[in-house]
Structures are given as structure tokens and as C-alpha cells.
Design a protein around this ligand. Structure first.
Ligand code: NAD
Ligand code: LMR
Length: 324
């Protein structure tokens, strides 16, 4: 059997962790022929719960799962890690905005970035799920100067999938009919789901829906879906978030023509260099590339700029806090 890929999951005893770990162990993260070794990072109070989840993983007798390690030490958890899913953070509660979480969660991602820098494998790929995901990813990335910046990503794939589902329902088409969907900006209520490049049945999506529906229903429904789930469930989304994390890493490793990824900006599309913002991306040879050359109209420009402005404010706030 091939050497197992070490996948580190932080917040492993949480609700996303519970929805994620079994899918990783079954081969859905990397591929049906790729053995994996799981490393579960938790805070000391939650290690026992993570041990319970590990017992259940054992009980599945997954053919691809070659071992499970459980620890409360980031230096152990990230030692030799090839893939790191940074999920552990405090979830947003009803009424909270992501800005409220910056100081609470930022402190988690600095030591984790440092541990990744010191101990991870050379091919480490990092996906940050814990909110505020984009800025948490920036904190981790800035604290890992020896790791190429483009190995740090944040998750806007859930927003992307939500946009596909909402548009498919509106146009009464299967989600597979929709191509080239893009989420720009922050994983927050300022995100911009772009229908001017999305295509349905080969035609531009924005031309197939009312402008009023696009601006007043579609965009806010997608952008505020996280809050709507919290309102309905009393808890933030978990299975759909885990599903999006699986999609993100699978496509990163195995390739895709077009999806939405938050990664360090190289200045493309006028997005401030260095901030971790969502772009239309393809994955080629195991690396994300921002899809270039799209025409950005006035409406899109304003929406992208507004979300990027929020990200630069978040960056400035964590700089003030000494986290980057
Ligand atoms: P949860 O509270 O159920 O689980 C979080 C887990 O993280 C807990 O078990 C906790 O003990 C652990 N944890 C806290 N600090 C840690 C640390 N320093 N190291 C390791 N583990 C730590 O929360 P959840 O519902 O699983 O959500 C996790 C995060 O994901 C939240 O921040 C949530 O807002 C976010 N989220 C992001 C998206 C997205 O699309 N990016 C979607 C849904 C949820
Ligand atoms: C989501 O999008 O479901 C999560 O980010 C939850 C939240 O805090 O909005």
C-alpha cells in the first residue's frame, strides 16, 4: 500500500469534525485509492470526546484508514502533516458578526501557523474553515513564513455550493447544468456571488433571471445563508460545511476547471495583494490558479470592492492585535 497521507483536523470533536472525519477516512477527501492517517487536534477538555469519535472511526474498519492520533499539542498534530483542515474555532452565535470573533479566534491561528511552519511536510496544503475563515487563514499564513503562501486557503466552497443550489432551484435545472459560478471576497455577508460569468445551459446566468431577483433575493440569500441556518438549527451549518471542505481539498489535489477559493491575492482583479479573498480558480497539477481575463462590470466592481474593504479592515484589526 502507498504511504498514507497525514490529514490533520483541528476542532475534531466539534460538529463539523464529526461530519468530516468519516468522509476523510472513507477516501472522499483525496481519492478512493489514497490511504490516510488522521491526526485530531483538540483543546484538552475535548480530547475525551475526540477519543470517542476515534473509537467510532475504528468501528467502521475503513480500508484506507491507517491510523489515528489524538493530541492537544499543535506541534504534534501538524508534525509531517500533508493536509491541514483548520476547523477548530468558536462558532458564531445568533446575532454575532464575524468581526466579533476576530480576537476570540485569532489567538488560535497564530500558534497553529507557527506549528505548521515548524513541523508540516513540504507539500502541506491548508484549508481554514473556522471563522472568520479568511482572516484566520491570513493569520496562519503570516505566521508560517517558510511555507509558500499559496498553500493557505480559506473556505468559500460552501457559499459556492449554496449559490449553485439557489440558482438551480430558481431555473429548475439540475446543478450540473451550471458552470463557472464565482464567489468573490470574504466568507461573510459582504461576499459577492457573481452571475455575470456563471452559465446555465451555455448562456450567461444573469441574463436568465430578473435583475431584481438577482440583486434582492439571490445575493442576500446566498450571503446570509449561514445566519439562516443558525437561526433554523440553533447551530451553525455542519454537514454542508464538511461537504464543502471535502469538495475543496478533493478538487485542489485532483484538479478542476472552475470553482471558488479564498487564497492570498496576487493583486488580480484589483484585490489588495496579500489578503485572503475569494476568486474564481482552477486547479492544475495540484495548484490553484486564479482564472484571469474576466470582464468586471460596474455592479461587480462595487460588490467586490466592498467585500475586499471588509477584508482589509479585518487584516488591519488583527495587525493591531499583534497576530500578524
Ligand atoms: P463546534 O463548536 O461544534 O466545534 C469546534 C471545536 O473546535 C470544538 O470541539 C472545540 O473544542 C474545538 N477547538 C476550539 N479551540 C481549538 C483549538 N485551539 N485547537 C483545536 N480545537 C479547538 O463548531 P463547528 O460547528 O464544528 O464549527 C467550527 C468552525 O467552523 C466555526 O468557527 C464555524 O463558524 C466555522 N464554519 C465555517 C464555515 C465556512 O463556510 N467557512 C461553515 C460553517 C462553520
Ligand atoms: C456558514 O456560512 O454556515 C458559517 O460560516 C456559519 C456562520 O457563522 O455564518
Amino acid at each position: 500500500m502507498a504511504t498514507p497521507v497525514k490529514v490533520t483536523v483541528t476542532g475534531a470533536a466539534g460538529q463539523i469534525g464529526y461530519a468530516l472525519l468519516f468522509r476523510i477516512a472513507s477516501g472522499q477527501l483525496l481519492g478512493a485509492d489514497v490511504p490516510v492517517k488522521l491526526s485530531l487536534l483538540e483543546i484538552p477538555q475535548a480530547v475525551k470526546a475526540a477519543e470517542g469519535t476515534a473509537m467510532e472511526l475504528d468501528d467502521c474498519a475503513f480500508p484506507l484508514l491507517s491510523g489515528i492520533e489524538i493530541t492537544d499539542d499543535p506541534n504534534v498534530a501538524f508534525d509531517g502533516a500533508n493536509v491541514a483542515l483548520l476547523v477548530g474555532a468558536m462558532p458564531r452565535k445568533a446575532g454575532m458578526e464575524r468581526g466579533d470573533l476576530l480576537s476570540a479566534n485569532g489567538g488560535i491561528f497564530k500558534p497553529q501557523g507557527q506549528a505548521i511552519n515548524a513541523h508540516a511536510a513540504d507539500d502541506i496544503r491548508v484549508l481554514v474553515v473556522g471563522n472568520p475563515a479568511n482572516t484566520n487563514a491570513l493569520i496562519a499564513q503570516q505566521n508560517a513564513p517558510d511555507v509558500p503562501a499559496d498553500r493557505f486557503t480559506a473556505m468559500t466552497r460552501l457559499d459556492h455550493n449554496r449559490a449553485l443550489a439557489q440558482l438551480a432551484a430558481k431555473l429548475q435545472v439540475p446543478v450540473t447544468e451550471i458552470k463557472n459560478m464565482t464567489i468573490w471576497g470574504n466568507h461573510s455577508s459582504t461576499q459577492y456571488p457573481d452571475l455575470f460569468h456563471a452559465e446555465v445551459g451555455g448562456k450567461i446566468a444573469a441574463e436568465q433571471v430578473d435583475e431584481a431577483w438577482y440583486k434582492e433575493t439571490f445575493i442576500p440569500t446566498v450571503a446570509k445563508r449561514g445566519a439562516a441556518i443558525i437561526e433554523a438549527r440553533g447551530l451553525s451549518s455542519a454537514a454542508s460545511a464538511a461537504n464543502a471542505a471535502i469538495d475543496h481539498v478533493y478538487d485542489w489535489v485532483n484538479g478542476t476547471d472552475w470553482t471558488s477559493v479564498s487564497l492570498p491575492s496576487d493583486g488580480s482583479y484589483g484585490v489588495a495583494e496579500g489578503i485572503i479573498s475569494s476568486f474564481p480558480c482552477r486547479s492544475v497539477g495540484g495548484q490553484w490558479e486564479i482564472i484571469q481575463g474576466l470582464e468586471i462590470n460596474e455592479f461587480s466592481r462595487q460588490r467586490i470592492d466592498a467585500s475586499v474593504a471588509e477584508l482589509t479592515e479585518e487584516r488591519d484589526a488583527v495587525k493591531e492585535l499583534g497576530l500578524i
